[in-house]
Design a protein around this ligand. Structure first.
Ligand SMILES: Cc1cc2nc3c(=O)[nH]c(=O)nc-3n(C[C@H](O)[C@H](O)[C@H](O)COP(=O)(O)O)c2cc1C
Ligand code: SF4
Ligand code: SF4
Length: 424
């Protein structure tokens, strides 16, 4: 049986599945039930200075896939709306009862040294395992000079991180905002400020849709709306890319990363770990399906690791980084073409329409005597774009077949068709 135990930035947990800072972690009642369900750790809902934040009603909206499942989730909530004293008391009690679980406390206070100095000391006294600096909240708090307003300015990220490292002995995890052009700049700033780790992503600025009858975006607060923060399965590709950017960057290589964004099952978690994450955090999936999803996550990850012969998480952590490269280093001499399995094909024609109208006219529709069509790939025209495979509704009906080539690896920097190729 694979060993799922994790040590992330010096913080130990029995498995890599932590709940992200959000409503699932905003009180003792929730966190204790999460631990009973098996979560390895939590990042407590972001604490701030008193008086506590006040929230509006309503607060959430969503986008859905074709089957009615939540694809993306949007919220306009602020940080904790409970007093600091109540939160600190509950954090201390939970840590005492659950010493083997990771309990990290998320923080957001004004960008002033005294405010940070005071709160990190208060948190330290609870016995919590670490701090997470919320430089990512995209709504409400930036208008008050906090959250993403800090995370979008590398100099502020570095400065606040440095204060926290100076005034606290706890590991400091810097949570990054994705609402930025290049995530590497804020990760580098956190690294320069001596952060022990980064976590990403926080939510993405979003409007999920418009109520066209009332001409207002969702969620609606008395006929008005505002942009929120997007999360859930829809943001996973963006999060994975940002994690890989930091893992590959020579300036931040090796900096521990806690992967967040759309993680809903063990496979999502394994993907983040393969790109270098040392643990993962989950919010939306727990909000939609409840705390018990962690059983399937732990079980699935452990079974998959057994099937691959990985005994610990570090056996496969980061293995996909070296295979994630810049476009210019891809092999120009590699070629695949589509192949249709006639036995599986149901003759819907979707591959043909896609390729004919928008790709390379590389699929022939051959009329049959019974009025149906047979679809055939014209190999010489196929550029191997994958569109038909993506469009085909039948699993494994279209496969992409590697073409034999005696040409050696040649990337764009070496390609004679590139007028700017490396000289020599
Ligand atoms: C309702 C809600 C409230 C959130 N509140 C916080 C917060 O207080 N602090 C924070 O750092 N992130 C907060 N987040 C962001 C999550 O911690 C997480 O970064 C984001 O949801 C992406 O993960 P997911 O796709 O698993 O939901 C919140 C998210 C949601 C949905
Ligand atoms: S892979 Fe692209 S070019 Fe080739 S048949 Fe499919 S859609 Fe057409
Ligand atoms: S999309 Fe798939 S099932 Fe439909 S015609 Fe093409 S190969 Fe056949």
């Amino acid at each position: 049986m694979a060993d799922l135990s994790t040590e992330f930035a010096g913080i130990k947990s029995p498995n890599p599945f932590w709940l992200a800072s959000a409503p699932p972690t905003d009180k003792q009642y929730n966190v204790e039930r999460a631990f009973e369900a098996g979560w390895g750790g939590v990042v407590w809902k972001t604490l701030g200075e008193d008086p506590a934040a006040v929230n509006v009603s309503s607060r959430y909206s969503a986008t859905y896939d074709g089957f009615g499942n939540v694809a993306g989730f949007n919220n306009i909530e602020l940080i904790t709306d409970r007093t600091l004293e109540v939160n600190l008391r509950e954090i201390e009690a939970v840590k005492k009862s659950w010493p083997d679980r990771a309990l990290v406390v998320s923080l957001m206070v004004p960008c002033e040294e005294e405010s940070w100095k005071k709160i990190v000391k208060q948190v330290e006294q609870t016995g919590a395992d670490g701090l997470e600096l919320n430089f990512g909240c995209p709504h409400g708090m930036p208008e008050r000079g906090m959250g993403a307003a800090v995370g979008q300015v590398p100099e502020y990220v570095e400065m606040v991180t440095r204060w926290c490292k100076q005034y606290s002995t706890l590991p400091v995890i810097v949570k990054l905002t994705p609402n930025i052009t290049d995530i590497r700049f804020s990760a580098r700033a956190a690294h320069r400020g001596n952060a022990d780790a980064v976590s990403l992503i926080n939510t993405i600025n979003s409007i999920t849709g418009i109520d066209l009858d009332n001409m207002v975006a969702r969620p609606i607060v008395d006929g008005k709306s505002t942009h929120g923060g997007y999360c859930g399965p829809a943001v996973k590709p963006i999060a994975l890319n940002m994690v890989s950017e930091i893992a590959r960057d020579p300036e931040t290589k090796g900096l521990p990363i806690s992967g967040i964004g759309g993680i809903s099952n063990w496979r999502d978690a394994a993907e983040f770990i393969s790109l270098g994450a040392g643990c993962v955090q989950v919010c939306t999936a727990a909000m939609i399906y409840g705390f018990r999803i962690v059983s399937e996550m732990k079980d699935g990850l452990s079974r998959w690791m057994d099937s691959k012969g990985y005994e610990t998480l570090t056996d496969f952590q980061g293995l996909a980084i070296a295979n994630t490269t810049d476009w210019k280093y891809l092999n120009m001499n590699y070629k695949v073409v589509a192949s249709i399995d006639d036995e599986k094909c149901i003759g819907c024609g979707r591959c043909y329409i896609g390729c004919e109208d928008t790709s390379h006219q590389a699929i022939k529709a051959i009329a049959q005597t019974d009025g149906s069509n047979k679809f055939e790939v014209i190999e010489a025209e196929c550029v191997g774009c994958n569109l038909c495979q993506i469009t085909c509704p039948v699993e494994n009906c279209i496969t992409m077949v590697k073409q034999d080539s005696d040409k050696p690896y040649m990337n764009w920097t070496q390609d004679p068709r590139n007028p700017y190729r490396d000289a020599g």
